[in-house]
Design a protein around this ligand. Structure first.
Ligand SMILES: [Mn+2]
Length: 354
């Protein structure tokens, strides 16, 4: 299984879902299967044919990058694919159920006579299991964000604004090789740190405040996503105690995370620690999510039953938020193996007081 290529896994899933062919949409899904990165591409895959259609803007790069596919230049991708497969005796064609209504109308028009079957997350399910090359890239993305955090510790001072710190992180990650940020950088100080997704504002960071930094970068199309909470000046006993609870929850999950752990336990183990400490109501979001080409991708632990599988990259991000006062969150990215997990984000987690 782990030695199978992405296309082999795709074809195996096609058989399992009893589909004769599948229309792949979405830039990241297409990149995953073909290596082509661009906004205009349509992919059709059956057991016999692999077709990639783009228009004249992208055709030269597509022909350079894409191997193992017929690369076709057309502005009518669906019509072109329907024409190419007309003699193939196919019956049931799958497509992503997230496409737009207009796309579906065009599809129904061009593929008249086929049974069209909407499927949720066909390629996204394959993308959950990272191969060695993907893991190597994600490791580098995490190294970049680790280093940017360490460098930011020298930059952060009372009197600076949250936005100045966010700009520092964003620019530093680019200096270290990132091509962008994986989401709008969260820098939340003091009372604003009680908002789990408080993006950086013009608020000035003051003495004795906590500061939550949640950020990540894009490196070779893959992302990192990490959170650290630090304190400025000095901390109270309560702040130290709450930090310790969040850290214990984060660490307990690292201890337990391995292939086979149920999604319910993935969330439940750290949540139980926070609840036992009396802050269950203050942990107001899910424990984490899958991560790869997208910063939030399958698996989503809140959605139904499932188990960790070797090769997943998932976040571990417990938090405690005291409305109007402050909050703490600690987030790592974990690569799941048969026997445990590798923590990809290595920035220090002991309480830092600047
Ligand atoms: Mn996250």
């Amino acid at each position: 299984m782990t030695n199978m290529t992405r296309l082999e896994r795709f074809l195996e899933k096609l058989r399992a879902e009893e589909l004769d062919g599948f229309l792949v949409t979405g830039e990241k899904n297409i990149y995953y299967l073909t290596g082509f990165w661009g906004s205009a591409g349509t992919v059709f895959i059956s057991q016999q044919r692999r077709i990639f259609v783009t228009d004249s803007r992208y055709i030269l790069i597509a022909k350079q990058v894409i191997t193992d596919f017929e690369v076709v230049d057309s502005r009518d991708a669906l019509g072109e694919i329907a024409r190419l497969i007309a003699d193939e005796q196919l019956d049931t064609i799958g497509f992503d159920n997230q496409v737009s209504y207009a796309y579906y109308q065009a599809l129904a028009n061009r593929f008249e006579g086929y049974e069209l079957k909407p499927v949720y997350g066909f390629v996204e399910e394959l993308r959950q299991i990272k191969d060695a090359s993907e893991l190597a890239i994600i490791r580098q993305a995490c190294q970049i964000s680790d280093q940017a955090f360490l460098d930011a510790l020298d930059f952060i001072k009372p009197g600076k604004t949250e936005r100045e710190v966010a700009n520092f992180l964003d620019f530093r990650m680019r200096e270290l090789g990132a091509t962008g940020v994986s989401f709008e950088t969260i820098v939340a100080s003091g009372y604003r740190s009680a908002m789990p997704h408080g993006v950086a504002s013009d608020k000035v960071i003051a003495q004795h405040e906590s500061l939550t930094l949640d950020f990540g970068c894009v490196f070779e199309h893959y992302v990192s996503d990490m959170t650290r909470t630090i304190h400025i000046g000095q901390t109270t006993d309560e702040e130290r105690a709450i930090y310790e609870v969040a850290l214990q929850a984060n660490a307990a999950l690292i201890e337990r995370a391995q292939a086979g752990l149920s999604f319910a336990d993935y969330d439940g183990v750290p949540r139980g620690i926070i609840a036992d400490a009396g802050y269950g109501e203050r942990f107001t979001h899910g424990i984490g999510h899958g991560m790869g080409l997208d910063v939030h991708e399958e698996p989503f632990f809140g959605r139904g039953a499932g188990h960790l599988q070797a090769g997943m990259v998932v976040t571990d991000e417990p938090g405690i938020y005291l409305d109007g006062r402050y909050g703490v969150r600690i987030e790592d990215d974990l690569y799941i193996t048969e026997t445990g997990c590798e923590v990809l984000t290595k920035a220090p987690k002991e309480l830092i007081v600047l």
